[in-house]
Design a protein around this ligand. Structure first.
Ligand code: TDO
Length: 184
């Protein structure tokens, strides 16, 4: 298992050790000690799974008062997964990083709290599974628009299918600063 850094300090990719044999394959998708050795020491309290059709984009989401670090992977299919640094005062404020996660590459992305997260499905469908370091608090849900030109994410989809909620989020610079996390 190895940790690969991204352009955003704190956001990293974990590449598992995959054991293949005539039956198929095996890998550890999470191991508390080994992940802690790679700098991911969060206590994860919730596991989520979403299934999406190709062309769907979910995001960009975060929780403000109940921030969630996330450890994400794709069980089936392929997505372009994105983290955006939205922490006020951060040296990398407004910057994004994107990685391909797929059932095939078995990569995981670790996104610390304070980042907005989203993904676009680039296969026919995708099953997306992730661990969160805090519980879901619907009243605390926040988001920024996926297509903020100043953030400039190079999404592989031009006209994605969005939830009604995700259509309403504002660009980062239009967002009330009080609704953005603070860099510590
Ligand atoms: C996220 C979440 C949703 N739900 C419910 C609320 C709603 O009825 C239904 C679908 O919710 P949403 O439309 O918010 O699901 P979705 O758009 O998939 O939201 C997720 O997007 C990705 C990008 C993230 O990073 C996650 O943290 C989460 O925000 O599931 C829960 O019960 N628990 C949860 O933890």
């Amino acid at each position: 298992m190895q940790r690969i850094e991204t352009s955003l300090p704190g956001v990293c990719v974990i590449e598992p050790k995959v054991f293949g044999d005539v039956r198929g394959y095996f890998y550890e998708s999470y191991h508390r000690e080994r992940f802690a050795q790679l700098g991911i020491g969060d206590l994860f309290v919730q596991d989520n799974c979403s299934y999406s059709l190709g062309g769907v984009l979910r995001g960009l989401h975060y929780q403000l008062r109940h921030p969630q670090a996330k450890l994400c992977r794709v069980a089936q299919g392929e997505v372009f997964d994105v983290a955006v640094d939205i922490r006020r005062g951060s040296p990398t404020f407004g910057q994004w990083t994107g990685v391909i996660l797929s059932g095939e590459n078995k990569r995981q992305i670790y996104i610390p709290s304070g980042f907005a997260h989203g993904f676009a499905v680039i296969s026919e469908s995708a099953e997306f599974v992730y661990k969160c370091s805090d519980f879901y608090h619907p009243e605390d849900e926040q988001g920024i628009a996926w297509n903020d030109p100043q953030v400039g994410i190079a999404w592989p989809l031009a006209d994605p299918r969005l939830s009604e909620k995700d259509k309403k989020y504002l660009f980062l610079e239009q967002t009330d600063p009080a609704l953005l996390p603070v860099y510590r």
